[in-house]
Design a protein around this ligand. Structure first.
Ligand code: ARG
Length: 460
């Protein structure tokens, strides 16, 4: 059993079951590199401030690099009795350099240490998520451009509503992922704050130069309140909450891919490389990637519930409960990154069936609004025009025809404002090109949106 840092005050050693129960090493060992980087900066700063000698610092710095090597070579020994990654590294440092290792923790507590590690970790992960999100947006924009003029039915209530460009539909996801990117970019500012030097909760009596530690670690600013620094996890809650929104976007996208690849829709085929078969039904080709991404949304929502419930009502400052923050955070980071990356890889392997999409857009009276608009152009108030168009739809439905299959005589019976030019007016091409309001599905609008996105993403 390892000696505990708190041995001085205790007369009994920790119960074995308690050691196992309180240990977090299985999870927080992922922070080893952040922890060593934090200690390196702390040592350099302490040497500069003459809290330890330069010679001691040099020994400790070398020792820490040796510990890092051992962890990376998998020759590092983990044990529940050493609780967490911080104590593991300190103990291993002792084995490397002897008693001088006991100076490392001067002016520091695991409370500010773990807050620092989490922030170093999350800063890097947020940047990496943002990078991946940019790659995803690029793939979406390139695909939108490739299929720029493909027409599909647009839906409301999952009922065919009005024709839209497939590229317009796809660019809706570009907008969502762009906002996700911006949310992460924004929360990064609040993660990029250096808490070390807050010590257990009240600050420390040693002459730490926190500004120097900040500089060495490349943080944007130093935290301003020691109690807040060791006890807040809002940067974790914020990240998981942004990740949740992003996953919700993925779940909607996934649902559409699942629907569109069904025989009922048959709008798309996802490449064999991104689907799987059934062990019993030979004809099956399942959109598993989309389904799993949709399913993994649940984990991230769960992680959000876990972290906010964990933090709720915790008194200041540090509480051991907070050790439970890492699993939801790490799982969120890993899940989100995996989902972004697999989508970026899969999207170019989705085949679009333009004829089926167009056919679907021509069935189901998607031009009824435009018939009403036509009458408005000819002088009829919209509400009245809506009702006339509705009656025309009912009439056509009765005869198993689409609006554009009615004769001019049929139309005239509903209103003598209707002329032969109605057929052109309610054609798919005209319906799309007339939607010129900013943000609408008009050809020029979507082209412009794609160009703007390409410029932002520095494509070509
Ligand atoms: N493993 C702990 C955590 O992740 C580190 C901080 C422990 N602090 C303490 N006073 N027990 O939260």
């Amino acid at each position: 059993m390892a000696q505990k840092p708190w041995d001085g005050r205790f007369s009994l050693s920790t119960d074995r079951m308690v050691e196992k129960f309180t240990s977090s090493i299985d999870v927080d060992k992922a922070l080893y590199s952040c922890d060593i980087d934090g200690s390196i900066a702390h040592l350099k700063m302490m040497a500069r401030q003459s809290i330890i000698s330069q010679q001691e610092a040099d020994i400790l710095l070398k020792g820490l690099e040796k510990v890092r090597e051992k962890i990376e070579n998998n020759t590092f020994e983990y044990s529940d009795s050493l609780e967490d990654i911080h104590m593991h590294i300190e103990s291993a440092l002792g084995k490397e350099v002897g008693v001088v290792a006991k100076k490392l923790h001067t002016g520091r507590s695991r409370n500010d240490q773990v807050a620092l590690d989490a922030r170093i970790y999350l800063k890097a992960q947020t940047l990496s998520v943002m990078d991946s999100l940019l790659d995803l947006q690029k793939v979406i924009v390139v695909t939108a451009q490739k299929y720029i003029d493909v027409v599909m039915p647009g839906y409301t209530h999952l009922q065919r509503a009005q024709p839209v460009l497939f590229s317009h539909h796809l660019m809706a996801y570009y907008e969502m992922f762009k906002r996700d990117y911006e949310r992460f970019e924004d929360s990064l500012k609040r993660t990029d704050v250096m808490p070390l030097g807050s010590a257990a909760l009240a600050g420390t009596t040693f002459a730490l130069d926190r500004e120097l530690t900040r500089e060495l670690l490349g943080f944007a600013k130093v935290s301003d309140n020691s109690m807040d620094s060791v006890s807040d996890r809002d940067f974790v809650m914020e990240f998981i909450s942004h990740a949740t929104v992003c996953m919700i976007h993925f779940s909607r996208f996934s649902e559409e891919l699942v629907l569109w690849s069904s025989s009922e829709f048959a709008f798309i085929t996802i490449s064999d490389a991104f689907t799987t078969g059934s062990s019993i039904m030979p004809q099956k080709k399942n959109p598993d990637v989309a389904e799993l991404v949709r399913g993994k949304t649940g984990r991230v929502v769960g992680n959000l519930m876990a972290i906010v419930t964990l933090m709720k009502s915790l008194p200041l400052a540090y509480n051991r409960d907070m050790q439970e923050d890492k699993e939801p955070l790490f799982d969120t980071v890993n899940t989100l990154k995996a989902c972004i990356d697999i989508y970026t890889r899969m999207i170019p392997h989705v085949e679009i069936h333009r004829e089926t999409m167009l056919f679907a857009a021509q069935k189901g009276y998607l031009n009824a609004t435009d018939l009403a608009d036509y009458l408005v152009v000819k002088g009829m108030p919209f509400r009245e025009a809506h009702s006339v168009s509705g009656r025309a739809v009912a009439f056509a439905l009765d005869r198993h025809k689409e609006l554009h299959e009615l004769s001019i005589e049929n139309f005239k019976a509903f209103s003598d404002l209707i002329d032969k030019d109605i057929f052109e007016f309610i054609s798919i091409e005209r319906m799309i090109s007339r939607r010129v309001t900013h943000g609408g599905t008009g050809y020029q609008n979507v082209k412009r949106a794609v160009e703007k996105a390409k410029e932002r993403l520095k494509l070509q």
